[in-house]
Write a protein that binds this ligand. Structure first.
Ligand SMILES: C[S@@+](CC[C@H](N)C(=O)[O-])C[C@H]1O[C@@H](n2cnc3c(N)ncnc32)[C@H](O)[C@@H]1O
Length: 273
């Protein structure tokens, strides 16, 4: 795909999906789109016509761009740190937590957190906000499923019995659990963020974002956290200039917003939450 074709398809994608490829790594995106376009049409121009006319082709393109693979308690080790270290520390200061799952896909991530909070500090009316760009995954998440046995593979047996209905071979969240998460459509690269969160999770979302977009995003998250709130990123991701962003690495995938007094100070070593 040459530059002109890349511009053409980028404009069409922006118009049809609201996804602005200017925030994505160009080489990787160009390679991926070349493969997708040539598998579906003889030329990029014809592929652009196809996605304009055919809703199925457009939906496949959106899935391809957003990659909404997810599961409950994905990266179980990190969730264990959340359960045993991060949440207990946050709950010491505030009994009712405000959590945001950014790029929540079909809901496995925010529901995992809602279940965990209900077990750790029941009946506190914690708030779990979950956002994603993709209407289809949000609709499934709001509906509480249905999820496959692979999706719920990491869910503890006790939680599975307590929070899911299993009418057939699929798993659907109970009405009570569904009500604990609020889902909202949001584009992380364009829309305004709420503030006042104790925990923000943004995991496996930024993989194709370019450095500028990632930097802006993490600055936005830092601004949206309460003082000493925690950012939880993906197991394969890292935040290189965390201190410059006003964040301190506390454990594996967890970064804490530096308190106002110490913001900007580079920590000598990783601190405990
Ligand atoms: C691979 S899934 C990750 C889901 C979950 N966080 C996890 O780790 O299992 C990535 C999700 O990010 C969403 N996403 C990608 N770009 C986005 C953007 N600009 N704004 C909001 N959501 C986005 C996709 O729609 C997709 O559902």
């Amino acid at each position: 795909m040459d530059d002109q074709e890349y511009d053409l398809i980028s404009q069409q994608i922006l118009k049809l999906t609201g996804i602005d490829l200017a925030h994505y790594k160009v080489q990787q995106m160009r390679r991926r789109l070349t493969g997708l376009s040539s598998a579906n049409a003889p030329s990029v121009a014809e592929y652009c016509q196809l996605i304009k006319k055919d809703p199925d082709a457009l939906s496949k393109l959106r899935d391809f761009l957003t990659i909404n693979v997810s599961e409950f308690f994905r990266d179980a080790e990190q969730f264990e740190i959340l359960r045993t270290e991060v949440f207990p520390e946050l709950l010491k200061n505030r009994p009712r937590l405000n959590v945001w799952s950014a790029g929540c896909s079909h809901g496995g991530e925010p529901y995992s957190v809602a279940m965990m909070l209900e077990e750790l500090a029941p009946g506190q009316n914690h708030r779990v906000l979950a956002t994603d760009l993709d209407d289809a995954v949000i609709a499934k998440a709001r509906n509480g499923g249905p999820y496959t046995s692979a999706d719920v593979n990491n869910v503890d047996g006790k939680l599975l019995l307590k929070y899911f209905d299993k009418p057939d071979n699929m798993y659907t969240l109970t009405d009570q659990m569904r009500k604990k998460v609020t889902f909202k459509k949001q584009n992380l690269l364009r829309d305004v963020f709420e503030t006042g969160f104790d925990l923000i999770m943004c995991r496996n979302v930024v993989i194709y974002f370019n450095d500028e977009a990632k930097d802006r995003l993490y600055r936005g998250f830092q601004n949206s956290l309460r003082d000493r709130g925690v950012l939880f990123i993906g197991a394969t991701e890292s935040l290189l200039a965390a201190a410059e962003l006003g964040l301190t690495r506390v454990n594996n995938c967890f970064y804490r917003k530096s308190s106002k007094e110490s913001a900007g100070a580079r920590p000598a070593r990783a601190a405990k939450v």
